[in-house]
Design a protein around this ligand. Structure first.
Ligand code: SAM
Ligand code: SF4
Length: 317
């Protein structure tokens, strides 16, 4: 599906729940979120209908995300049914990995091809602090289970936060020497209402290259990430810069929230509700959402927050 600005929109990010077993400070309020009523959420059948509608328009890549997708009781069934939709050739997931030790293999069998795992620190105390109570070993055990389960690719994503984990750039990057994973650093995005982080937290991912002069450009393509590699690396290092160098010109995605709202752009308030629609109506709404994609969102910076109407856990990061 080509949008008004000539971009091919082939990638659907599907949030299956707003709930999460962690409470990362940049993503969720400390008290968590109110559980939606069943009638406020897309049903499993509606999710599959939306994916069919998207695939009928040429959208072939689906990322299952949340909230934390692995807290959704019917997640395996959703994954299996998404992966079976005609026209969907890539079914992938973003997860905090804390439940992957038990679920990695069943997810692989259900048709998940690749997983992105969020891990911001290798220090157990810092992990507990940033996630408000999470256990680092759950996540690292999950990563090991993912590596054993035979996914086509495992990527680790860290949100780079000045004063929190910039001192761990070498240690996090060294994971690519230990495991065949890509380690990607993402700039912290100033979401509406999140006032926990001071200006020093928003640092550009170019800091990674200053700290790792031995990293060399890697001849691989990975969507919006600029890729590098350490000598002897089993995987790559990726830099994702929503603030210092936004990538709207290459945007290829639409988002669908757990409560059934299509979002043409992560950082705008525009949404289209598709709850209760049949497949044809959903396809029309998806076309409309692609039409409404802005050429670019307003620039984000330490002082210019996202205009998104929701926090990340409700959008599907
Ligand atoms: N729970 C899953 C996880 O953490 O991987 C999936 C959902 S989470 C919202 C998806 C991604 O969004 C995570 O990698 C998280 O670090 C990222 N994220 C959330 N809030 C963010 C923010 N303010 N700036 C940058 N990345 C953010
Ligand atoms: Fe949960 Fe992921 Fe948000 Fe952390 S980033 S609170 S793991 S949804």
């Amino acid at each position: 599906m080509i949008d008004r600005y000539g971009r091919d929109i082939y990638y659907l990010r599907l949030s299956v729940t707003e709930l999460c077993n962690l409470r990362c400070r940049y993503c969720m309020p400390a008290e968590g979120v109110c559980k939606l009523r069943h009638d406020e959420m897309l049903t499993e059948d509606e999710i599959i209908r939306a994916v069919r509608a998207a695939a009928s328009l040429g959208m072939y890549k689906v990322r299952i995300t949340g909230g934390e997708p692995l807290v959704k009781p019917n997640i395996l069934s959703i994954c299996r049914r998404v992966a079976e939709v005609d026209g969907v050739t890539e079914t992938v997931m973003t997860t905090n990995a804390t439940r992957l030790a038990a679920l990695a293999r069943p997810l692989r069998e259900a048709g998940i091809g690749r997983v992105n795992i969020s891990l911001d620190t290798l220090n157990a105390e810092k992990y507990a602090f940033m996630t408000r109570g999470g256990t680092l070993a759950d996540a690292t055990n999950g990563i090991e289970a993912a590596l054993e389960a035979g996914f086509e690719k495992v990527k680790i994503n860290a949100v780079l936060i000045g004063g929190f984990n910039d001192d761990e750039i070498p240690a996090l990057s060294a994971l690519t020497l230990r495991w065949p994973v890509d380690m990607r650093f993402i700039e912290l995005m100033p979401m509406p209402g999140d006032t926990l982080f001071g200006e020093q937290a928003y640092i550009p991912v170019s800091r990674v290259l200053e700290i790792l002069p031995e990293a060399v450009p890697a001849a691989v393509h990975d969507g919006v990430a600029r890729m590098y590699r350490l000598p002897g690396g089993l995987g790559n290092i990726g830099l994702i810069s929503p603030l210092s160098n936004h990538f709207c010109g290459n945007c290829n995605r639409l988002r669908l929230t757990a409560d059934g709202h299509l979002k043409p752009c992560l950082h705008s308030r525009e949404e289209i509700c598709i709850r209760g629609m049949n497949e044809e109506q959903m396809a029309e709404a998806i076309r409309q959402a692609a039409f409404l994609k802005p050429q670019q969102h307003d620039p984000l910076s330490r002082s210019a927050r996202s205009h998104a109407a929701r926090p990340m856990n409700q959008i599907g990061g």
